[in-house]
Design a protein around this ligand. Structure first.
Ligand code: HEC
Length: 188
């Protein structure tokens, strides 16, 4: 046998083994059974490199504008708390059932603002992390990132003060628009 033939045989055997593994159902997709250490490390490695390569050219805008931060706080409170907790919110049934478990974002995490922006915008495949960029513009996403920089340092009262700050302004805007009357008619 030539080396080429041996190579082809090994490749075919590997593919057959992989197909058998899939077909046998040996891989457990249950969210209440953790990955093996090896598979977990592999997935983490893939994720880290994927994000690192895709965030090289992201330019981070100034993130210390209080209006931007308060805007982000409002979004966070509406969209993220069930999965990522908040000051004074130490547990959630949704979060406890997820695998991978969403990190607790009231604690410092090991991501810079560019990486945070990317993850919030694009989400993470095969996890529960949604791609918020499908429904939010970049300004809103940077607001969320600006808020995330502050979150680990906030006491519950400070958190609520920030959320309320834009909450008020937001409600106000809607009060002044009176275009609710003819709503159904615009759909022709
Ligand atoms: C339905 C649950 C869910 C919601 C809602 C959610 N996330 Fe996530 N998020 C996740 C999961 C799960 C991960 C972990 C993904 C992974 O590592 O594979 C994650 C990861 C992240 C990370 C990366 C953390 C790290 O250390 O790698 C950031 C930042 C983040 N989410 C921000 C947000 C923000 C901001 C919102 C709201 C706008 C949000 N998430 C809403 C589930 C959620």
């Amino acid at each position: 046998m030539t080396r080429l033939r041996i190579g082809i045989l090994i490749a075919v055997a590997a593919i057959a083994l992989a197909a058998l593994a899939v077909y046998s159902g040996v891989v457990d997709v249950a969210a209440d059974v953790p990955h093996s250490a090896l598979v977990y490390a592999l997935i983490e490695g893939v994720k880290d490199r994927s994000i690192a390569v895709r965030t090289k050219d992201i330019r981070v805008p100034p993130l210390d504008d209080i209006k931007l931060i308060a805007e982000g706080a409002k979004h966070y409170d509406a969209m993220c708390v069930d999965c990522h907790l908040a000051p004074g919110v130490k547990q959630s049934d949704l979060r406890d059932g997820l695998y991978p478990q969403p990190p607790n974002l009231t604690e410092k995490i090991n991501l810079g603002p560019a990486e945070m922006f990317w993850v919030v915008k694009h989400g993470v495949k095969m996890s529960a992390m949604p791609a918020w960029g499908k429904t939010h513009d970049e300004q809103s996403l940077w607001g969320i990132v600006a808020f995330l920089q502050r979150l680990p340092d906030l006491a519950p009262e400070q958190y609520h003060a920030l959320v309320e700050q834009t909450g008020e302004a937001h409600r106000h805007d809607h009060h002044h628009s009176h275009d609710h009357d003819g709503e159904g008619k615009h759909h022709e």
